[in-house]
Unconditional design. Structure first.
Length: 149
């Protein structure tokens, strides 16, 4: 299965992502969907359970870690990504939805997180904070019952 190129906006400009997912890496099984739907839901297996062998994608270590984080419990210890869709009444619509979810997960996995630069408050900022705390404390001190001295 070939997913068309995707364009991501990165700090250096647009970056093209292409995912070439081998058909041998995807296994689809169809299940009887649960929930409302009457006779149709009871006799037709429309829900799709897609299994993807993540190791067959040959992702970069960063993308693999991020995909594992995004997938959460959907990824097994053996490197299988499990996507189950039972939202639509037809098999084909559920298959398309499962592939969309897979595509979105892969796009998110390839996005780089912004590098955080650690900053420290300046001496003046610390002084302003302490001064504000002193003022707030004195205001609170004045709230008590008046003394009879």
């Amino acid at each position: 299965m070939f997913i068309p190129p995707l364009f991501l906006l990165e700090p250096s400009g647009y970056h093209i992502l292409m995912f070439d997912i081998p058909d041998s890496a995807i296994t689809e099984t169809f299940l009887a969907a649960s929930g409302p739907g009457g006779q149709n839901v009871n006799k037709v297996e429309t829900a799709v359970q897609m299994r993807l062998n993540v190791y067959a994608l040959r992702l970069s270590p960063y993308a693999f870690r991020k995909l594992k984080e995004i997938a959460g419990r959907k990824m097994t210890a053996g490197g299988q990504l499990l996507i189950t869709v039972r939202e639509h009444r037809t098999r084909e619509a559920n298959r398309v939805e499962a592939r969309k979810r897979l595509e979105n997960m892969l796009v998110e996995a390839h996005k780089r997180d912004a590098h955080r630069v650690k900053t420290r408050p300046s001496r003046a900022a610390k002084a302003r904070r302490v001064n504000a705390k002193k003022i707030k404390g004195s205001v609170k001190k004045m709230r008590g019952k008046p003394s009879l001295d």
